[in-house]
Ligand binder design. Structure first.
Ligand code: BTN
Length: 277
């Protein structure tokens, strides 16, 4: 695989990240198939924790559940970051929630419209999806488990840019803010916040991430269903492992760990702005 790995060809933002473990190596590429796929290949070959791949465009951007991720050249933040966490396999799904909290904080710091977190991997503004997160695990040549954390954030896209099937359910930061948004500022803010939350997760476990996620959630308190099923019940919390806890009409609590969760009571509005530390 051919990637731009000459540090001198990196954009200035790469230097801005140089002090942190995340983003010490940044590969900013014009077009790739999928940043997750490119970074997974690097990870298999031993790339360092914190290596970042960013693209201006993807020709085969991957979404959750084998779906494609829509992008237009220069329209968003298409970023993957390699994590080599010291964690059990069962804890890895927590990283999707942690990334959502980090991005939520980064947007708040940049005074951008407040996003609500939809379990497990979406950020919504005004009920429309602005960001999806795709965490994929793999094993490198030494048998070490890694996680490629992929972020697809709509930044500069306009309503007209979205294909018909997305136009009513997706938005971008520029649309929501009513002003242009600097993708590099968002990228740097996200990596900084991700570093912060990874540090807390390593030191303190999932509890602070869970509390922050619940505070920023637009999921809890909502009537939800999974897949093609009708109503399951009300989303009431996160389990220790990051699963969604849903209370059914009999008052029994069920944990869900995967599947397409749908709101059954209208749009998901953004939460109150949470103060960020
Ligand atoms: C979702 O389905 O909501 C998750 C979408 C994740 C898309 C991002 S874009 C950058 C990274 N590379 C990919 O191929 N996918 C993720």
């Amino acid at each position: 695989m051919s990637v731009a790995s000459d540090p001198h060809s990196f954009p200035p933002c790469a230097d801005a990240c140089a002090g942190s473990r995340l983003g010490r190596v940044v590969h900013w590429l014009p077009v790739v198939s999928s940043t997750n796929r490119v970074l997974a290949a690097m990870a298999e070959d031993g790339a360092l924790h914190g290596t970042v791949v960013i693209a201006d465009h993807q020709t085969a951007g991957a979404g959750k559940g084998e779906r494609a991720w829509f992008s237009k050249p220069g329209g968003g933040l298409l970023l993957s970051v390699l994590l080599r966490p010291d964690a059990s396999f069962g804890e890895l799904p927590q990283l999707t929630l942690l990334a959502a909290v980090a991005l939520h904080d980064a947007l708040a710091r940049l005074d951008l419209p407040n996003a609500g977190l939809k379990w497990p991997n979406d950020l919504l503004i005004g009920g429309r999806k602005v960001c999806g997160i795709l965490a994929e695990t793999g094993t490198d040549q030494d048998g070490e488990v890694f996680v490629v954390l992929g972020i697809g954030l709509n930044v500069g896209l306009r309503v007209d840019d979205f294909p018909h099937e997305l136009a009513a359910i997706a938005t971008s930061l520029t649309e929501a803010a009513g002003r242009p948004v600097d993708v590099r500022a968002v990228m740097e803010g996200f990596l900084e916040a991700l570093e912060f939350w990874l540090g807390r997760w390593c030191r303190e476990g999932f509890a602070p991430v869970r509390a922050a996620w619940c505070e920023a959630s637009c999921t809890l308190g909502r009537r939800v269903g999974f897949g093609g099923e009708g109503e399951i019940g009300e989303a009431v919390g996160l389990a220790d492992d990051g699963g969604l806890l849903v209370r059914d009409r009999n008052g029994d609590i069920h944990g869900f760990h995967s599947g397409d969760m749908r709101f059954l009571d209208g749009a998901c509005e953004s939460t109150q702005t949470r103060s960020v530390s």
